[in-house]
Design a protein around this ligand. Structure first.
Ligand code: GLN
Length: 290
């Protein structure tokens, strides 16, 4: 049997194997993965780096390192990811929430808060909710609101419901299996979505971490990436209260095309926001009074 290894040695070994396999962010991934597996904070990892890794822990880490070497992202291996301060469970049917999507949440909060101030409550529809990330972050930040979250995948809805319950938000979070607006009947003060927006061609060229592990249905926006926006632009007016808001995540080169779709369906562009890399990422529209 080999000599017991310290935490530090195990982290360094994982980092080395990730580097050799040309995994991006080898150092961070090794630390985040091992901390997550052992239930340690990043501080524990440094303070406790001389601690001996048990045989059982070593086996757990080895299995996870193998999965990362097969391109599975760290948070998929851990089964959860933090979004807007909420730990969210992932499943194969859900997109892994990205930090850029927090900009959509941040951009919509003032509108939602203004609605709650004006009327005491606000109801919003989150289309293609996945883990529930956007809806749960908005609900968590904005008391007095309620959400209907749709997805075409019932497995995704189960994950989203579990996430809502985990954070005590299930009383204000309702789900409906629906292909975009097909099953949606009510009207809302706001519609939000991070729909699939990558062109089918580009999806097939994405890095394996995304292409093999995020669900295709959450990524592929059709030949020009705009399929979902066409459906949302066409249906949103009929599902919004007067002055209703639509907030969307978009691809970096879709600001003009998505804006054109919404302008021609009775909306005004209120705001466009960039992501952490300075790319167009969020559009917010208001329904024009009829
Ligand atoms: N932002 C995601 C990515 O880069 C795409 C998500 C989407 O299509 N809505 O992989």
């Amino acid at each position: 049997m080999s000599a017991p290894l310290t935490l530090r040695e195990v982290i360094l070994a994982a980092r080395r194997r990730f580097s050799e396999a040309q995994i991006d962010n080898a150092a961070t991934d090794a630390r985040v993965l091992i901390a997550g597996l052992l239930g340690l904070s990043m501080t524990d990892l440094v303070v406790d780096d001389g601690r001996i890794v048990t045989e059982e822990e070593g086996a757990l880490i080895e299995a996870a390192v193998q999965r990362r070497l097969n391109h599975e992202p760290v948070h998929r291996i851990l089964g959860k990811r933090e979004f807007y301060g909420l730990d969210l469970a992932l499943s194969p049917a859900t997109l892994e929430p990205r930090p850029d999507t927090e900009i959509l949440v941040e951009g919509l909060l003032p509108y939602l808060q203004a609605m709650v101030e004006a009327k005491g409550t606000a109801r919003f529809l989150d289309m293609g909710t996945g883990t529930g990330a956007i809806a749960l972050a908005l609900l968590g930040e904005c008391p007095g609101t309620a959400a209907l979250a749709t997805d075409i995948s019932s497995e995704a809805l189960k994950t989203a419901e579990n996430n809502a319950a985990l954070h005590g938000l299930d009383g204000r979070f309702h789900t409906l299996r629906s292909d975009w607006f097909d099953e949606v009947q009510a009207k809302f003060d706001m519609i939000v979505s991070n729909p699939p927006y990558i062109t089918s061609q580009v999806v097939s060229e994405l890095e394996p971490e995304v292409r093999l592990f995020d669900p295709l249905a959450a990524l592929d926006g059709g030949a020009d990436g705009l399929d979902a926006y066409r459906v949302i632009a066409k249906g949103a007016g009929a599902h919004l209260e007067p002055d209703g808001i639509v907030g969307l995540e978009i691809g970096f080169d879709q600001k003009d095309s998505v804006t054109a779709l919404f302008l021609s369906n009775g909306f005004l562009l209120l705001e466009a926001k960039c992501d952490h890399g300075g790319q167009d990422r969020v559009l917010i529209f208001r329904l024009k009074p009829s």
